[in-house]
Design a protein around this ligand. Sequence first.
Ligand SMILES: C[S@@+](CC[C@H](N)C(=O)[O-])C[C@H]1O[C@@H](n2cnc3c(N)ncnc32)[C@H](O)[C@@H]1O
Length: 255
Amino acid sequence: MEHVSDAPKVPVKAAGPDWITPATEPLDPSIPVNDYDGFAEEYSAENETSLLNAYIERPAMVALAGDVNGHRILDAGCGSGALAAELRERGATVTGIDASAGMLAVARRRLGDDVELKVADLRDPLPFPDGAFDDVMASLVLHYLEDWGPTLAELRRILKPGGRLIASVNHPFVEWISADPRPVYRETTSYTDLWTFGGKSFPLTFWRRPLHAMTDAFSEAGFRITVISEPKTAPGAPEPFSGLSFMCLVGEAAG
Ligand SMILES: C[S@@+](CC[C@H](N)C(=O)[O-])C[C@H]1O[C@@H](n2cnc3c(N)ncnc32)[C@H](O)[C@@H]1O
């Protein structure tokens, strides 16, 4: 049957930056995967000004956070601290954790000494007491985790009742439609990209999962989802972008 549509043909997502390519060969086991320490400075510089980070993802997260004056915020997977800096400017007291000491070193340089920064893996129990934070921001980090269950339970534990988990992840539809070969949508599966900086390639392994797996994981950890959004470009973006890139979720910690 012929399908006629008046919809303009637009790419699902913009052609990714040329420094990201799918890994096609078996990985060299001697090269560590997701080793942000190896390219912390280069990634941080890219993240600072790129369309996807500086004009889509970060403004969306700041807008979702809203008025954070006086809030205690954990930036989980804070990387080099660009979001933490924006939240601090808005009056929040920010703590940052990240698995990469190299990324935290860049964050320390940006943020100075009066922000608590700790090396911590989001797959492990977190070094904070119950109810320590008003909000947790998890920017572009959950898609590195195969199992969200233990992590979301920990984030729920360290939030006060009614506190918010505000997360951004690679959009599940983009991760499905743009993959070749296309994976089974309903399954949680991994894939590896190579990120190339200065002629050296670093493997990054991501986990894609269907939308229902994300919302189920939030609910099972005790979060009531209040927002699911698909951010678009903020004003001032250097180029137009009509595709899909990220999805944001806001979960409110049940009392
Ligand atoms: C794409 S960067 C995003 C950094 C920052 N949130 C931002 O948006 O600018 C992903 C970050 O997640 C961190 N990360 C990856 N897996 C992690 C884990 N299991 N626990 C803690 N941090 C992790 C990386 O070290 C890296 O700094």
